[in-house]
Design a protein around this ligand. Structure first.
Ligand SMILES: Cc1cc2nc3c(=O)[nH]c(=O)nc-3n(C[C@H](O)[C@H](O)[C@H](O)COP(=O)(O)OP(=O)(O)OC[C@H]3O[C@@H](n4cnc5c(N)ncnc54)[C@H](O)[C@@H]3O)c2cc1C
Ligand code: HEM
Length: 396
């Protein structure tokens, strides 16, 4: 159902009031939602709620939609990112009604005296319209995955078949479907959602990027031990071969585009995981395009997949690597000291600003690089990124 011009005009006229109250709305929306429906709480990452990144992404996405209500094509990437995250969590249409009710309640408060019956009615229709757009995008993703060989919806049981240390902090887990059947081949750079039951903590969900070239037998993920992190420590310390976990099929949009442009894969820390998947896959597919693999980490101890990258690139003239160690102050045979800087990216790529840039790493590194790439003149279309939290935190 499309919105009438009258509703669109009301939304455009009143969205500045919502925007003015954005900070307050981000504070109250989730407490209200969890009071009304406590069972929804388990789906959300507590860390993202505590830091405010998820509430900001949530309210921010509705404001972005409202501002673009005349041109919804502009928010297609946003809708896609939301639908990818939702699909990996197996979010269902029935869950939207309570979210919509809570949104209307807090928006009603924000509108204050401007929130006449007509205005509230317009917001109700607009929010329901947005929910339907997202539900439609999710449904298409569910259907696409189910239509593929080995596809499934929701969470499927997997067995850990191997566990390998990749660095002082990062361990890989090889995950095979417990029923022994073929699994859907995701795209390199995508992520799965893991559903775990942790004793005394209950059910938790976490996303992990595929860290190897996708295939139909197993998924490999590589997890960094986070200080005081619930799931990462549980995986490192408590789970090993033969243990069972549940996984969603792969979703996500950090996927290499099918062009001949040079691809610049830039990662920091554990952000190397999707880039490993992309690199392995590119080599497997024998892509001939130029690929720059640029990775920054603290030092040799924290450097995962170093030998793999060196081996993978050895026989391929079109692929080269550049490693940066932030804790080193001098250059070594194959590492540069310091962090990845925009100047080094320009130098490595011989100033090819029409290349495609793929980013994954810590928030500050990505915010800086994204901004600097744009300032340099790279078009947003040529920057693809994954962030290990709500994505709008980087560009929003
Ligand atoms: C698309 C996507 C892909 C991802 N891919 C990967 C990947 O390939 N590899 C990987 O390792 N991770 C990946 N992640 C991150 C992963 O999902 C988890 O967020 C990560 O493993 C940390 O989870 P945790 O349960 O160990 O930590 P959490 O328990 O969620 O804690 C996270 C941080 O918050 C701090 N914290 C927790 N509670 C408090 C508190 N009360 N007060 C103050 N601080 C607190 C902890 O110390 C920790 O540093 C990805 C995330 C996304 C969204
Ligand atoms: C109009 C309705 C909705 C909007 C606009 C919306 C918006 C968003 C946005 C912007 C994100 C972050 C995406 C990213 O990481 O880039 C997100 C994530 C998420 N959404 Fe929604 N959402 C809606 C409905 C729902 C519903 C009905 C549920 C059901 C429980 C839900 C559960 C989640 C969860 C669990 C996450 C991941 C949170 C995390 O990482 O901690 N959302 N949503």
């Amino acid at each position: 159902m499309s919105l009438t011009n009258e509703i669109k005009e009301i939304i455009k006229a009143t969205v500045p009031i919502i925007e003015k109250n954005e900070a307050e709305l981000t504070k109250i929306i989730y407490p209200l939602l969890f009071t009304r429906n406590p069972s929804m709480k388990i789906f959300f990452n507590r860390d993202h709620l505590r830091k405010g990144t998820q509430p900001r992404a949530f309210i921010g996405s509705i404001i972005e939609y409202a501002k673009n209500i005349d041109n919804l094509d502009a928010i297609k990437p946003l809708i896609n990112d939301i639908a990818e995250k939702h699909a990996a969590l197996n979010i269902k249409p029935v869950q939207y009604s309570i979210v919509n009710i809570c949104l209307l309640e807090v928006f009603g408060k924000a509108l204050g005296t401007k929130g006449t019956h007509v205005v509230k009615r317009a917001w109700k229709e607009a929010i329901e319209n947005l929910a339907n757009i997202i539900i439609g995008a999710e449904t298409r993703k569910y259907e696409e995955t189910l239509a593929k060989e080995g596809g499934w919806k929701g969470f499927k049981k997997f067995t850990i078949t191997n566990k390998e240390n990749e660095s002082a902090m990062i361990t890989s887990f090889y995950l095979e479907p417990t029923d022994g059947k073929t699994i859907v081949i995701g795209k390199a750079g995508q992520y799965i959602n893991m559903m775990l039951d942790i004793p005394e903590r209950g059910t938790v969900f976490r996303n992990y990027s595929l860290s190897s070239s996708p295939n139909s037998n197993y998924y490999r993920i590589s997890v960094k031990r986070e200080e005081n992190g619930l799931v990462s420590n549980y995986l490192h310390d408590m789970l090993s071969q033969k243990d069972k976990i549940k996984l969603s099929p792969p979703y996500g949009s950090l996927c290499i585009k099918e062009t001949d442009k040079p691809a610049v894969l830039i990662s920091g820390g554990v952000g190397i995981t999707p880039m490993m998947s992309i690199l392995q896959d590119a080599v497997k597919q024998q892509l001939t395009r130029q690929i720059y693999f640029i990775h920054g980490t603290r030092n040799r101890n924290t450097h995962a997949f170093k030998d793999d990258v060196v081996t993978l690139t050895a026989d391929h003239d079109n692929v080269n690597y550049h490693f940066f160690y932030s804790r080193n102050s001098v250059k070594s045979a194959d590492t540069e000291p310091g962090r990845i800087s925009m100047n080094s990216v320009k130098e490595i790529t011989s100033h090819q600003k029409d290349a495609e840039f793929y980013l994954c790493g810590p928030a500050q590194m990505m915010k800086d690089l994204y901004r600097e790439l744009i300032n340099w003149g790279v078009t947003p279309n040529n920057i693809v990124y994954e962030y290990f939290g709500p994505k709008r935190d980087i560009t929003g």
